[in-house]
Design a protein around this ligand. Structure first.
Ligand SMILES: Nc1ncnc2c1ncn2[C@@H]1O[C@H](COP(=O)(O)OP(=O)(O)OP(=O)(O)O)[C@@H](O)[C@H]1O
Ligand SMILES: [Mg+2]
Length: 191
């Protein structure tokens, strides 16, 4: 860190913004295999919360890779940098008072723990649990098919590891529970 760069204290704090918005915001960090349902559930939860007049923002892996992280690939090293940047963006959004729903595969425990360390107690890890077989059957983007043919390298669950969370705050099993059931479970914990 350059010693000439000094932190400027803000005149309005997170607590001030929370009072304005009327809600104590959180970060929901969805992790799970591709096709497990992170984006689907996060958007459903966002709708539920929005209906309750809670301000939300969904930060979605593919969307962020279109812009801020368009220079990132899928090697372990790039995934780490991808998540580091996303964690920092999550922190900025969180500081703004918004309830942030983050949906990235985020396969590595240490990267998720880094995000947790930036947010603290308001970090809620949501493990979107779904078997590889079921995700592969769904294959909503046709990516598993390509990965099996060797057309995509470093694909989570195929030729790169997914490290399950050790103690997530919430686990939903999208192979057993419906989209609405999963979303309702999370919404209830938040409200
Ligand atoms: N109970 C369920 N919960 C969530 N999704 C479900 C469920 N049952 C079926 N699905 C379907 O599974 C697919 C999940 O895809 P989705 O894009 O949400 O996954 P993702 O985890 O965001 O994947 P990626 O990491 O590739 O972005 C959708 O087509 C969704 O309709
Ligand atoms: Mg998604």
């Amino acid at each position: 860190m350059n010693e000439n760069i000094k932190w400027h204290e803000h005149s309005i704090s997170l607590n001030d913004r929370r009072k304005l918005l009327g809600f104590s915001n959180k970060v929901l960090w969805f992790t799970g295999l591709s096709g497990s349902g992170k984006s689907t559930i996060a958007n459903e939860v966002a709708k539920n919360l929005h209906d309750k007049k809670i301000l939300t923002f969904v930060l979605d892996g593919d969307n962020v890779r279109h812009g801020l992280n368009s220079d990132m690939g899928f090697s372990s090293k790039d995934r780490e940098e991808n998540i580091r940047r996303v964690a920092e963006v999550t922190k900025l959004l969180y500081e703004s008072g918004v309830t942030v729903l983050v949906c990235f595969i985020s396969p590595f425990r240490k990267d998720r723990d880094f995000a947790r360390s930036l947010i603290g107690d308001d970090f809620i890890e949501v493990f979107v649990d779904c078997s590889l077989e079921e995700c592969e059957k769904r294959d909503p983007k046709g990516l598993y098919k390509k990965a099996r043919k060797g057309e995509i390298k470093d694909f989570t669950g195929i030729d790169q590891e997914y490290e399950k969370p050790n103690s997530p705050e919430i686990t939903i099993n999208t192979g057993k529970e419906s989209i609405e059931e999963c979303a309702e479970k999370i919404t209830q914990i938040l409200s």
